[in-house]
Design a protein around this ligand. Sequence first.
Ligand SMILES: Cc1cc2nc3c(=O)[nH]c(=O)nc-3n(C[C@H](O)[C@H](O)[C@H](O)COP(=O)(O)O)c2cc1C
Length: 187
Amino acid sequence: MMLGGASLLGCGSEQEATQPAKASAQPATSGKVKGSHVLVAYFSWGGNTRRRAQKVQELTGADMFEIKPAKPYPTKYEPTTKVAKTEREENARPEVASRVSNMEGYDTILLGYPIWWHDTPKLIDTFLESYELSGKKIAPFCTSGGSPLEESLPTLEQLDKQATLLPGLTANDMDSIEPWLRQLSLV
Ligand SMILES: Cc1cc2nc3c(=O)[nH]c(=O)nc-3n(C[C@H](O)[C@H](O)[C@H](O)COP(=O)(O)O)c2cc1C
């Protein structure tokens, strides 16, 4: 498997609090983007996905929520791959540190995550299972060391059959983000 360690260089334990200030504090009318109420929810261990999420947020004006683990992952790459592998083998549901307080106010979720072991990080599984998402639209985007988003789609489809999956994006190329948002009619 390709782990794409190089793309994590310089990222390390970066976990600054891009707090869900808007997402948790605002009423259900927040995150309005072209008639939709849009939330950018993302998990990022090393910062790559966070940078894409920030660009998505800047381009759309959507609200933003960082999916953080209650128990932080190791700061070093190899130990993190081991923890993630165990979580995957055990089909674990690691606890998420905080909740989106007004999830019912959003109809579209732009969901970002790194590909871990050719799939979603298990934290994403926990996140999706924590909410009533029926009727909502979910547009996933990922970063990776080369794996395409498609590797994680079976998991997303299985996790929430009530939500509609919109076209997603392997967002390794920053320049691919705006065309994708155009395709979704969000810019
Ligand atoms: C635990 C772990 C597992 C990974 N598994 C894969 C993988 O299966 N395929 C891949 O292309 N990249 C893999 N990577 C690389 C990351 O997907 C890639 O570096 C991503 O951009 C990291 O995003 P982040 O900086 O937001 O955490 C893995 C990285 C980690 C830490």
